[in-house]
Design a protein around this ligand. Structure first.
Ligand SMILES: Cc1cc2nc3c(=O)[nH]c(=O)nc-3n(C[C@H](O)[C@H](O)[C@H](O)COP(=O)(O)OP(=O)(O)OC[C@H]3O[C@@H](n4cnc5c(N)ncnc54)[C@H](O)[C@@H]3O)c2cc1C
Length: 486
């Protein structure tokens, strides 16, 4: 529990209505969308409405040595917002203004709590889009997606969040406000601080303002679905489409376990014996799109797709998308707990990765459904389990270890878009080596010497322990002890 004095100060900064301390109000902030992680209730939740309020809260947290956890909508899948050490959860959802749409410079400037879809709705009338589109586009905040460097379904053609963030306002751990980047397409002044904070998962500062690049909305799109009885042929189709210089906006794959789950859940007529389904969408100028769609269909035919469909109308497009949209909810029906990973490999390694995942599933007697963004190698192996079954969870843990080892062996990465959070921290050194982790730890220490910003995230437990002791070990370890400070 925070002391009365701290709560009073928080209330004087944000107002009574925007400071939550009752247990029933705090429970919802003790977890996020990540399954099978321990929950931890914060001691207070604050909902600031301005950068100045964030500054005041951060300064107070610094004076009192209270950990602080930035949070948008809590939809992340890496335990990124769990308040591991108690303290204050700072929720940005009330900082939700679109400050500017600059159609001349093709930029928008927003507060962090703006929902991604809300920004897209606002720029649609200008004939523009903001491309990063995580599955949670209708719920995730701009701040959360920038802090996570989210990807999405259009990543293959349009890239991910970091390709669109041009400028940031960040409240640093000492309460100073940093402004980096801006509206110019070219900007090579000094270190690229915008990129540093993009994907920093709330560990380096609190993002309070974001300027992003917008692009013209594609005028036309074509959606196609191809069913394969042979996984290798599906994978070859992916690389062959791209080698024909067609970069689809979307190139998604569903494996057999996922196809069967979707069919059982939604009954949309999917062939349950198929090895893989590819969902492909090309977009752009009408004439180009039609040409590209013809290439895609031809490649699918040549690779021996068992069946191919191309949507002619919006309704047909929706039908084709139904399978992909149903993938996660369908898998979720099969068991009480879903452990969803986002190990990513070069796209040429997708067959090896999927086969490896099947081997891991057999070895540990687990059901793993795999779907995801095949075009960019970003797969979502989803382990279907039950968190209350300790013996099975031990097998799940070993399977996850092997999934990450396999992804790295294939030249991939731990995370294509979901971030490290607390869930993957222990694997960080496997990808970066000790020198890489050390460089990151030094950056963290330089910007957050007391270790108060989202402690317990990104860094492996041993490194995190050193960091969380902060400068000269001044950080108190218990809430009661820390109340003596400041
Ligand atoms: C069903 C489902 C589908 C998903 N699909 C995708 C997908 O396709 N692609 C994808 O990339 N992700 C996906 N995600 C993951 C998730 O939606 C994204 O990570 C999203 O960006 C999180 O946004 P949020 O507002 O919920 O952030 P939160 O979960 O609240 O926070 C995410 C991280 O950002 C930090 N943070 C939040 N706001 C700030 C801020 N203002 N300043 C500094 N740090 C901050 C938090 O501390 C945390 O570390 C999916 C999740 C679910 C549940």
């Amino acid at each position: 529990m925070l002391s009365k004095a701290v709560v009073t100060e928080l209330v004087s900064i944000c107002g009574r209505e925007r400071v939550l301390t009752e247990p029933e109000d705090l429970i919802g902030y003790s977890f996020d969308a990540t399954a099978a992680l321990p929950r931890r209730r914060p001691e207070a939740v604050v909902l600031p409405v301005s950068t100045e309020e964030v500054v005041q809260v951060v300064k107070l947290a610094g004076r009192r040595r209270i950990p602080i956890y930035p949070r948008g909508s809590g939809t992340n899948l890496s335990g990124g917002t769990i308040p591991l050490e108690g303290g204050i959860v700072l929720v940005t959802t009330m900082m939700n203004s679109i400050l500017e749409v600059d159609a001349e410079n093709l930029t928008a400037t927003v507060q962090p709590g703006v929902i991604v879809q809300t920004l897209n709705d606002a720029v649609a009338s200008y004939g523009l889009i903001y491309p990063p589109d995580p599955g949670t586009v209708a719920t995730a905040t701009m701040g959360g997606t920038v802090a996570e460097c989210s990807g999405g379904l259009r990543g293959l053609k349009y890239g991910v969040t970091k390709h669109y963030v041009m400028g940031l306002e960040v409240v640093l751990a000492d309460g100073n406000v940093l402004r980096a980047g801006g509206k110019t397409v070219k900007n090579v002044t000094g270190y690229d601080l915008v990129k540093l904070f993009t994907g920093s998962e709330g560990t380096l500062g609190i993002i309070t303002g974001i300027t992003v690049k917008l692009i013209p909305a594609p005028e036309h799109r074509r959606t196609m679905m191809a069913v394969f009885d042979d996984l290798d042929r599906a994978a070859k189709t992916i690389s062959e489409i791209i080698s024909h210089k067609v970069i689809p906006a979307t190139l998604e794959i569903l494996d057999r376990v996922t196809i069967q789950a979707v069919e059982e859940h939604a009954r949309i007529g999917l062939p349950t014996e198929a090895e893989a389904i590819l969902l492909i969408e090309v977009d752009g100028i009408r004439e180009v799109v039609e040409k590209e769609a013809a290439v895609v269909l031809e490649v699918c035919r040549r690779q021996g797709a068992a069946s191919i469909r191309a949507a002619e109308t919006d309704a047909e497009r929706d039908e084709l998308w139904a399978a992909r949209r149903a993938a996660l909810p369908a898998l979720a029906q099969l068991k009480p707990t879903m452990v969803l990973e986002d190990a990513t490999v070069p796209r040429s390694k997708i067959p090896e990765m999927i086969r490896g995942l099947n081997d891991i599933a057999s070895k540990y007697r687990l059901k793993i459904g795999t779907f995801g963004h095949a075009g960019d190698g970003n797969l979502h192996p989803t382990i279907l389990t039950d968190v209350s079954d300790e013996e099975e969870m031990a097998r799940v843990e070993r399977a996850v270890d092997e999934i990450f080892t396999l992804a790295l062996q294939l030249g991939g990465t731990l995370s294509g878009e979901h971030g490290i959070g607390m869930a993957k921290a222990k694997y960080l050194e496997q990808e970066f080596g000790p020198a890489g982790v050390e460089v990151m730890a030094r950056i963290k220490h330089a910007l957050d010497p007391l270790g108060l910003l989202n402690p317990g995230k990104i860094f492996p437990p041993a490194q995190g322990k050193i960091l969380s002791q902060g400068e000269a070990g001044v950080k108190e370890q218990t809430p009661a002890a820390r109340e003596g400070l400041g």
